[in-house]
Write a protein that binds this ligand. Structure first.
Ligand code: NAD
Length: 232
């Protein structure tokens, strides 16, 4: 561990599960009783915008009632105390890393608390509903959608992520199933450049065999223990 300076941490829905936010792949492949294709694709939005807007309005309201857990707080402590480079790349669209106190956070799949204006490309902070087609605060057009990267769309800030992976000595994946690409491939990018790789997850993920080490258990236990170990 002494030689480690640059760390990339990938987080997924599992880190927020103990805060009461559902993960993606529940029993039967449904997400809050919806098929993913019905709510999380651009085609779904075109087909039935009211359904999609209502779904995200509910989730945007719900996350604001949830609190960061011990795993978010532990990563925030690592962010504060780690003197080398560190980047928390999250697939999560909640804001629990930030509310836990972390600053070096990159949301590759967008954020619930942003809207995106498809008319002028502004991304205003947004905490209320979108179902009534409110005007964009910048251009006035009723063209706001959730600022969420749907299936089939390009994740955000990929160059920055690959730069960080190229420089990483340690890659850690927390609470992600390893089913959603390109994030699921990051472990291989890091490995190819000789970074150490560690997985912290409730169960083995799909890419588990790519990691040097897998620790299995709830994030609220594994993450604080790992951060203590790294900082000690
Ligand atoms: P996923 O639902 O596919 O996988 C979650 C993983 O977390 C599983 O491997 C599961 O075993 C593990 N897990 C569950 N509870 C855990 C716990 N308490 N501690 C540790 N691990 C636990 O999630 P994903 O891999 O992030 O991919 C889903 C996609 O859905 C992402 O692209 C993300 O944008 C989106 N999503 C985000 C949120 C959120 O923002 N909180 C929630 C649901 C879905």
């Amino acid at each position: 561990m002494a030689a480690i300076r640059n760390i990339v941490i990938l987080t997924g829905a599992g880190i927020s599960a103990e805060s009461g936010i559902d993960t993606f792949r529940g029993a039967g492949g449904l997400w809050e009783n919806h098929r993913v294709e019905d709510v999380a694709t651009p085609e779904a939005f075109k087909r039935d915008p009211d359904l999609v807007l209502r779904f995200y309005d509910m989730r945007r309201a719900a996350i604001q009632t949830r609190e960061p857990n011990a795993a978010h707080h532990a990563l925030a402590r690592l962010d504060r105390e780690w003197r080398g480079n560190l980047l928390i790349v999250t697939q999560n669209v909640d804001d629990l890393h930030e509310r836990g106190g972390a600053e070096r956070v990159l949301h590759m799949h967008g954020e619930h608390l942003n809207a995106w204006c498809t008319a002028c490309d502004a991304r205003p902070r947004w905490t209320g509903p979108l179902i009534d087609r409110p005007p964009c605060p910048v251009c006035g057009a009723p063209a706001l959608r959730p600022d969420i990267v749907w299936f089939g769309e390009m994740p955000y800030r990929m160059e920055e992520i690959y730069d960080a992976l190229r420089a990483a000595d340690l890659f850690v994946s927390i609470g992600t199933s390893g089913a959603v690409y390109p994030a699921a491939g990051f472990v291989r990018n890091a490995r190819d450049l000789d970074a150490a790789t560690l997985e912290l997850n409730l169960e083995r993920s799909q890419g588990s065999s790519w990691f040097d080490e897998s620790r299995l258990g709830p994030a609220t236990e594994l993450v604080p223990a790992w951060v203590d170990e790294l900082l000690s």
